[in-house]
Design a protein around this ligand. Structure first.
Ligand code: FES
Length: 162
């Protein structure tokens, strides 16, 4: 039996229920349900996957299969700040690969990981549509452009102090 309340896990199962109810009886609703649940919970831990499986009366293995197949889903909590480095062509030729390596070095994590203090999640992405500012990264919704590896320390410091 999985948790039905907002207990020590901090997961709001009432909200999850409402999302599931919204899609009740609709074909192909698993991915939109998982997507919306991830938006409210922040990620899709196993207990949440089990809860959704029970509610939808589908095997947990089916939920797990979808969650692990699509990179948009995460089973681990994301950091307060999502740092996304553009590896699109314009950015890559202007050194975004080096910027990414410097971030990995200074944050002590690899792409897809989150720092132990829960502050930063590091990601790589395709063209952000800001090629004129290449190389570009975003921190949540903020765009930082024309970067060099020398900018990395200041960017990390800026968000650490927020
Ligand atoms: S290639 Fe990076 S913003 Fe377009």
């Amino acid at each position: 039996m999985v948790c039905q309340c907002q207990c020590s896990t901090g997961i709001n199962y009432d909200l999850i229920d409402r999302i599931i109810e919204k899609y009740q009886g609709q074909e192909g609703s698993l991915i939109p349900i998982l997507h919306e649940v991830q938006q409210v919970v922040g990620y899709l831990p196993e207990e949440v996957q089990a809860y959704i499986a029970e509610k939808l009366e589908v095997p947990l293995s089916e939920i797990y299969g979808v969650v692990s197949f699509y990179s948009l889903f995460s089973t681990k909590p994301k950091g307060k700040f999502k740092v996304s480095v553009c590896l699109g062509t314009a950015c890559y030729v202007k050194g975004s690969g080096q910027v990414l390596s410097e971030l990995e070095k200074q944050l002590g994590i690899r792409v897809g990981e989150t720092t132990d203090d829960g502050m930063f999640t590091l990601e790589a992405c395709r063209c952000l549509g800001a090629c004129g500012l290449a190389p570009v990264l975003t921190v949540n919704d903020n765009v930082h452009g024309r970067l060099t590896t020398d900018d990395v320390t200041d960017i990390i410091k800026k968000y650490k102090n927020l």
